[in-house]
Write a protein that binds this ligand. Structure first.
Ligand code: KIV
Length: 273
């Protein structure tokens, strides 16, 4: 199977992402949670695969990202890593695996790196996780930050609406982004914030800023792959562009299969031994 990607990067590393920003090449990132999907994305030429804790929603059917465990994230991440030739694989630290203290954060990150083979970890938050970020990076593990709408704090926010619309929250977000860069994070995700604020942050930082619902003035984009493919059809935020309507297509294919089984059209003579 050949890649459609014409990028000069044979293998994407954290350094490649920083180079891409310097060279004004936008970074493409999508989630994946399993071997088959990860292989398709990697062969298609995606730069970064995020094994997101959104697996809690799209794979397990939970209402929030909170229930997914570290063991489950490692299972998803190791399935993804086995499929990869080129993409950088970033793995989310799930809720409850890093918030207690920096030692717990480091232990969880080491488990992800050792047991899944992922290349970097991502965690949500700013000032409140400063010591954890420092400790993980000191151990040689690349860290991606995540600011703006941070779904692990959904019960604190109360809603999934746009964050940092007010000046005070926007200022805090800029300070957190600068702090994460200073600590040594290699990139930051900004989720669901005003486009103008996101581009201000991207312009202030030398590390890449990857947006989801953060407009076009950032250094790259990320979406949940199941949303992009139209497998989910009840989630319709403004920022989502659907490239396929797989929900309808899969439903149609399954209905055809059922009809063929019931009518004994399947299997035909050619489809048996
Ligand atoms: O878990 C996830 O899918 C994410 C993206 C939305 C950035 O964190």
């Amino acid at each position: 199977m050949s890649s459609t990607n014409s990028s000069i990067y044979k293998r994407v590393t954290v350094k490649s992402l920083i180079d891409m920003k310097a060279n004004q090449e936008k970074i493409s990132m999508l989630t994946a949670y399993d071997y088959t999907m990860a292989q398709i994305l990697d062969r298609a030429g995606i730069d970064v695969i995020l094994v997101g804790d959104s697996a809690s929603n799209v794979m397990a059917g939970h209402e929030t990202t909170l229930p997914i465990t570290l063991d489950q994230m490692i299972y998803h991440a190791s399935s993804v890593v086995r499929a990869i030739d080129r993409s950088l694989v970033v793995v989310d630290l799930p809720f409850g695996s890093y918030q207690s203290d920096p030692k717990e954060a480091l232990r969880s990150s080491i488990r992800i790196m050792k047991e899944s083979g992922g290349h970097a970890i991502k965690l949500e938050g700013g000032k409140e996780i400063k010591d954890s970020v420092k400790r993980i990076i000191a151990a040689g593990i690349p860290v991606m930050g995540h600011l703006g709408l941070t779904p692990q704090s959904i019960y604190k926010f109360g809603t999934y609406t746009v964050r940092a619309k007010e000046e005070a929250e926007a200022e805090r977000l800029i300070e957190d982004a600068l702090m994460l860069e200073k600590l040594g994070c290699f990139a930051i995700v900004l989720e669901k914030i005003p486009a103008l604020l996101a581009s201000r942050v991207a312009n202030r930082l030398t590390i890449p800023v990857i947006g989801i619902g953060a407009g076009s003035g950032v250094d790259g984009q990320v979406l949940v792959v199941n949303d992009l493919l139209g497998m989910t059809n009840q989630f319709n935020p403004r920022f989502l562009r659907r490239y396929l309507q797989l929900n309808e297509q899969i439903t149609g294919a399954v209905q055809s299969y059922i009809k063929d089984v019931k009518s004994q059209d399947f299997p035909s003579k050619e489809e048996q031994y």
